[in-house]
Design a protein around this ligand. Structure first.
Ligand SMILES: [Zn+2]
Length: 306
């Protein structure tokens, strides 16, 4: 193609028209905010921790991104990565539970819906659990319960604070009763952690519902939430149908729960790391004070005495 043809082609194609814009959104170069509709360069949105710079809408993030956002680089040590879910009830709905698990594992590169580990938050060693909504809606089965309980027990043993980022549709119905048992198991581990005078902070993110709300999400010494998160036990539709009443628009929002004392503070994601580091620092058990080092006595030379 000659230089002349190249310029002719350039003139024919529209500069940055609707079509190109749509293509670039499809390619993931730009992201359109679900709340305000403003386009943001995806790289800038990621740099802002997936919070819309225009309206502060908090996008859902993967557990791996949470680790990157909260934990100091190079300090993350994951726990019980090898725990695999089983299918004790040989459950089958539209497809077998076993197949469903495999599909989610391939899609998310996770074994189940939670990651746990020890890492430093601004230099403060902390045990962190992060639920991942992209794995079967963050539902709590045996692996989620076991990993969280073991992480809390590890924190109790090592005298560390626990932070759990909650995101869940509730208990995992495909594991029936075994999934409900996890609520008691995690709560028991938290009780022993509390008896050791250690700090536990759940962070409620959109959405935190069902058995997670009914257990460890509400057992924190301090309960934090991300803005506009939906937090509840049963869903709005179920309650409306049971009560035969229309519920207010702000029902089950973090902001409404804050006014009723269920949530202690709403912290934007961009301020979360600094806030958590400060809270963990404030709750450190008192350190024994360093032994007093006395300086060597000054030798007295005999002959100099009067
Ligand atoms: Zn927005």
């Amino acid at each position: 193609m000659s230089l002349f043809d190249w310029f002719a082609n350039r003139r024919k194609s529209p500069p940055i028209g609707q079509e190109q814009q749509e293509r670039e959104i499809a390619e993931g170069l730009w992201t359109k905010c679900e709340q305000c509709g403003v386009l943001t360069y995806t790289k800038d949105l990621r740099a802002n921790q997936m919070v819309c710079p225009e309206c502060e809408y908090h996008w859902r993030v993967f557990s791996g991104d949470r680790i990157e956002q909260l934990i100091d680089p190079g300090t993350w040590q994951s726990l019980d990565e090898g725990l695999q879910p089983t299918d004790p009830l040989e459950f089958r709905d539209r497809k077998p539970y076993r197949d469903r698990l495999r599909e989610y594992q391939e899609k998310t590169h996770l074994n189940d819906a939670v990651q746990t580990g020890i890492g430093q938050i601004d230099g403060e060693p902390t045990v962190l659990g992060i639920m991942d909504f992209s794995f079967m809606g963050g539902s709590m089965g045996s692996v989620v319960g076991e990993k969280l309980a073991r992480a809390i027990e590890r924190a109790t043993k090592e005298g560390l604070s626990v932070i759990i980022i909650c995101a869940s549709g509730g208990a995992r119905m495909q594991e029936g009763m075994l999934s409900l048992m996890q609520m008691a198991k995690i709560s028991g581990a938290l009780q022993r952690h509390r008896a050791a005078n250690l700090l536990y902070i759940p962070i409620l993110t959109h959405p935190t519902t069902g058995g997670v709300t009914a257990s460890f999400a509400m057992l924190g010494d301090l309960i934090l939430s991300e803005p506009k998160a939906t937090i509840g036990f049963a869903g709005r539709r179920v309650i409306e149908q049971t009560l035969r009443q229309k519920l207010p628009d702000n029902f089950q929002t973090a902001e409404d729960l804050l006014t009723h004392g269920f949530v202690d503070a709403i912290v934007p994601r961009t301020e979360l790391k600094a806030t958590l580091a400060q809270l963990v620092r404030w709750h450190q058990p008192p350190q024994p004070s360093a032994p007093l080092v006395l300086s060597e006595p000054v030798p007295v030379v005999e002959g100099e005495r009067g």
